[in-house]
Design a protein around this ligand. Sequence first.
Ligand SMILES: CC(C)(COP(=O)(O)OP(=O)(O)OC[C@H]1O[C@@H](n2cnc3c(N)ncnc32)[C@H](O)[C@@H]1OP(=O)(O)O)[C@@H](O)C(=O)NCCC(=O)NCCS
Length: 235
Amino acid sequence: MEYLIKSALAATEIAPSSGPSGELFSAGEKAPMAALAPSLAHRAEAGSRGAPDEGAALAPAFVILAESAADMQAREALLDRAMGPKRRKKSSEKLRRGRRPSEGLAFVARDPSGAVVGTVRLWDVMLGEGGPAALLLGPLAVEPGLKSGGIGSALMRHAIAEASRLGHSAILLVGDAPYYGRFGFSADRTGSLAMPGPYERHRLLALELKEGVLDGAKGTIKAAGRRVKALDFVA
Ligand SMILES: CC(C)(COP(=O)(O)OP(=O)(O)OC[C@H]1O[C@@H](n2cnc3c(N)ncnc32)[C@H](O)[C@@H]1OP(=O)(O)O)[C@@H](O)C(=O)NCCC(=O)NCCS
């Protein structure tokens, strides 16, 4: 399994949005994974660590899917393992609490057994009073034992692509520029924006999906997402 995950970046494949491509999955894994209709499947050659055997069976390392109601417990447990209990004290949490993620923008990565091994969600926010709408990304987390296998990057790329496809204008997050810079995020356009609580200014990063949308954006970022209803599955 470790080999499959580590190899995933070297052999990623986008499955048709209408459904999974059967060729992505080995016989043993095809049925359960296919039923999940992945939007992205990341596969690796099942074989030796060197040059894969010609004709070796292809097995998925992980797939990226829309989060479902049934994923909530597994996602929260993963976040606790990956980030610890302090995660709930972050300023970003103020923008998420009591809200639902932006429509169609909550994703999980699953391993071939179906277990949740990665999570990312995006949230609707407003940039200052009457300012432009944007998304806040986070938390992004990967199963600790599977770090550096490309799951985080795949979740990020998928999230950005979907946000763009859905017509959003910009994504903000609080995180490490050395990691998020590879996806185009920087603090260049966030100097006049502020989180609604303590945060490190240099870690407030943004990515414009529509050029110029952050021009003149200023003020405190506000929650603008759909409110959680009593029986909603998202916290
Ligand atoms: C951050 C995280 C989501 C990355 O997921 P991942 O699947 O390990 O990421 P990828 O495999 O796509 O990328 C791994 C690379 O990113 C680097 N990286 C990971 N976190 C980094 C950070 N905070 N700053 C700089 N580089 C980082 C790794 O060193 C690795 O580098 P390499 O490719 O040169 O080996 C994961 O490490 C995680 O869950 N961390 C704990 C939760 C967390 O901190 N979330 C982010 C909140 S801001």
